[in-house]
Design a binder for this molecule. Sequence first.
Ligand SMILES: CC(C)(COP(=O)(O)OP(=O)(O)OC[C@H]1O[C@@H](n2cnc3c(N)ncnc32)[C@H](O)[C@@H]1OP(=O)(O)O)[C@@H](O)C(=O)NCCC(=O)NCCS
Length: 169
Amino acid sequence: MTRLRLPVPDDAAVLDGQNSPDGAGAENWHGYRSPGQYLRRIESGDLINEEHGLLVVVDDDDRVVGDVSWVRLLNGPPPHGYCWNIGVWIAAQARGKGHGAAAQRQLADYLFANSYYERVEAGTEAGNIGEQKALERAGFTREGVLRHACWRDGAWRDMVVFSKLRGEQ
Ligand SMILES: CC(C)(COP(=O)(O)OP(=O)(O)OC[C@H]1O[C@@H](n2cnc3c(N)ncnc32)[C@H](O)[C@@H]1OP(=O)(O)O)[C@@H](O)C(=O)NCCC(=O)NCCS
């Protein structure tokens, strides 16, 4: 079973797996980041606040298989236009086992339960078929394409936007 929990310092090594082209995933590699960023963030204690959050994804044996994160975004005018935008990463060896879909379903449930926002959204590159299928499996609805919304690997990329509204399964 897939679960979400707070990260602890020992989890940082697995999360650092994202800091390489192979580990990040083909459509998810945006270049190197400073080494040790996860450990520093975990040790800082600034994991969850009103703007953003980070949890790890664990398997039946409490082994870390990835992470989920979220940021607050403004789509409509303030103060009532906020939503959550979520992201997910599953380590290469743990992909294709249902963790990505389950983690995003659980994260949406968590955010609806712990904030009053109406909308959880996720964007992924048009070429990232795995993430699009995982979002559909997690109960998200495809809304449309943002043209050239993301620069990666020397080119502008279209992003597909998905959302889940409060109460949707
Ligand atoms: C994308 C990602 C989150 C999907 O998580 P996952 O645990 O591998 O996917 P799941 O096992 O939950 O699979 C969910 C569905 O997607 C399908 N799927 C998963 N990876 C796929 C791929 N590469 N190509 C086609 N379909 C794929 C599964 O078959 C399943 O389909 P189903 O609902 O019809 O049964 C994961 O592969 C990953 O972290 N990739 C690298 C990072 C990344 O791209 N993150 C998203 C950035 S926006």
